[in-house]
Design a binder for this molecule. Structure first.
Ligand code: FAD
Length: 481
């Protein structure tokens, strides 16, 4: 009888433990994915759905080249998986683990139902360097703080990445099931109109092959200098692997070993590599936190924030979302997000801080917008990062650290190239005024073709006042400092 591989956020053939184990059984391997449905899982946002579409297409093509195929079903997953197992007469099913509470509950329920009917369910770690429960402190408890977590990870070995199976002996789907498969194009993952996905198509190519190419390029051209360049949004100074990692088109283990090998060959890369790998460990850390604190995406981790008097102002929220706050670095970031489905990390921190602190808007509103518009929208990284910025999470930036969007802009986009790219109406302004156009003399504005309040907004809040208001609000909450 055949065996099944259930693909979920692990869209690759190389270093895929579930696929490798299934292929090693010597049985026919039937591969499938289940999309949507009425599970308790959080529905994907628009940009991530677009990515998923391309990612599934690429996965299907790679599986076909290896001798198998990918069948797509529509959810709910528990009944679909059970039906697939029953009607194929499979002896076992293989999958890689996920770490959110709803995902774990779903997998546990499916596993029980299958095991009760005599089908073996095998699960693997295909997503993280280390399982959340394997990196714990001396008392056996999960770390709440990153640095000791990182130190512990550094003492651990890591098995070699798995080569892709040479051939996957695909099986034949029973006709009853084939009739229930859905062609990719009919899953409705691609947005129809308006076609905002045009910008995504220009910026990205989903799939394992594209992930491999980007990573190779980063290793040869981007790793040297990463520690410095990673903070400069106008440069391609980071690996831009986040959506590929999100959908499992490359594994952190592949990255870890390749970077380590590169350093062994070029020891002068050590500092940049250490910084880069620590970011990969942040990713593990946020998954670890999500695993042990499943409320992370929906509730402030620190209960002291429960009483925070957030301001609910649809007008300022809209200005933030559209990149019309009047602060050029904030607006450039929000427009980069809308146009390309991605935003540079430094600017994610600036825009998130602006929403939470300058506008006193609940971090969950920002998290939700990012969830909908980021191609890399990730249940662990997004929630953890928003709480980090808000100051409500475990191991967070303190609330009273309030980014000044002008000095941040001047420091990290000194020539203004980033702002000029995404806020073209300011392009003609000299760099001296680019991050605070309201200080430019009228003649300079006129020369640059800018009329504040018309061609570009006046600031929606005054930095100094907003900062004071945030600090006062924060102080008014007992126990927050
Ligand atoms: P690189 O600098 O090349 O880093 C390599 C990889 O390390 C990234 O692809 C990512 O997987 C991981 N990584 C890097 N920084 C972080 C971090 N701070 N926390 C956790 N993992 C990290 N990242 C997401 O993947 N999905 C999200 O939904 C997400 N939301 C964010 C929201 C906010 C408010 C902030 C401040 C950060 C968020 N991040 C998120 C983290 C970070 O901004 C992105 O991972 C990074 O910008 C992706 O670009 P890159 O692949 O070029 O990163």
């Amino acid at each position: 009888s055949p065996v099944l591989v259930w693909f979920r956020d692990d869209h690759r053939l190389a270093d895929n433990p579930a696929l490798a184990a299934a292929a090693a059984t010597g049985s026919q391997v039937l591969c499938f994915a289940v999309i949507g449905g009425s599970d308790d899982l959080r529905p994907l946002g628009g940009a991530a759905r677009w990515w998923l579409h391309g990612s599934l297409r690429a996965l299907g093509e790679s599986l076909e080249q290896a001798g198998a195929s990918l069948a797509l079903f529509e959810g709910p997953a528990p009944s679909v998986v059970e039906r697939v197992a029953r009607e194929t007469g499979a002896s076992a099913i293989f999958w890689n683990r996920r770490y959110g509470a709803a995902e774990i509950a779903l997998d546990t329920a499916v596993k029980k139902r299958l095991t009760d009917s005599g089908i073996k369910a095998h699960s693997f770690n295909g997503r993280l360097l280390h399982e959340p429960w394997d990196i714990v402190n001396q008392a056996g408890r999960p770390f709440q703080v990153f640095t000791p977590y990182l130190r512990t990870v550094m003492t651990r070995g890591l098995k070699a990445a798995l080569a892709p199976p040479k051939r996957i002996p695909g099986g034949i789907w029973p006709s009853s099931l084939l009739a229930s498969t859905i062609p990719l194009e009919e899953l409705g993952l691609e947005p129809s109109s308006p076609d905002w996905a045009g910008g995504l198509r220009t910026a990205w190519r989903p799939g394992e092959e594209a992930a491999r190419k980007s990573f190779r390029h980063f290793l040869s051209k981007g790793l040297r200098g990463y520690a410095e360049n990673r903070d400069r949004p106008s440069l391609i100074g980071t690996s831009r692997l986040s959506p590929h990692l999100r959908f499992g088109e490359i594994s952190p283990r592949q990255i870890w070993h390749a970077v380590t090998a590169q350093v062994a060959e070029h020891p002068s890369l050590a500092r940049d590599a250490e910084k880069y790998l620590s970011e990969i460990v942040w990713r593990d850390f946020s998954h670890q936190l999500l695993h042990f604190h499943p409320h992370l995406p929906v509730r402030s981790h620190s209960s002291r924030f429960d009483a925070f008097p957030w301001i609910d102002d649809p007008k300022t929220l809209k200005a933030w979302r559209r990149g019309r706050t009047g602060y050029p670095i904030v607006d450039a970031g929000m427009r980069q997000l809308w146009q390309t489905g991605w935003m540079h990390n430094r600017v994610r921190m600036i825009t998130a801080s602006f929403l939470v602190k300058h506008l006193l808007t609940d971090w969950r509103k920002g998290e939700a917008w990012f969830w909908d518009t980021l191609v890399d929208a990730d249940p662990a990284n997004n929630a953890f990062s928003w709480q980090w910025v808000a100051g409500s999470g475990p191991d967070s930036a303190p609330f009273h650290r309030i980014f000044n969007p002008v000095t941040q802009g001047e420091k990290f986009d000194p020539d203004g190239d980033y702002v000029r790219t995404f806020v073209p109406e300011l392009a003609g302004l000299p760099s001296t005024f680019l991050h605070h156009p309201w200080d430019a003399p009228p003649a300079v504005l006129q020369e640059a073709g800018i009329s504040l309040g018309e061609t570009y907004p006046e600031p929606i809040v005054v930095h100094g006042l907003a900062r004071e208001r945030a600090l006062q609000t924060f102080r008014s909450l007992r126990g927050l400092e």
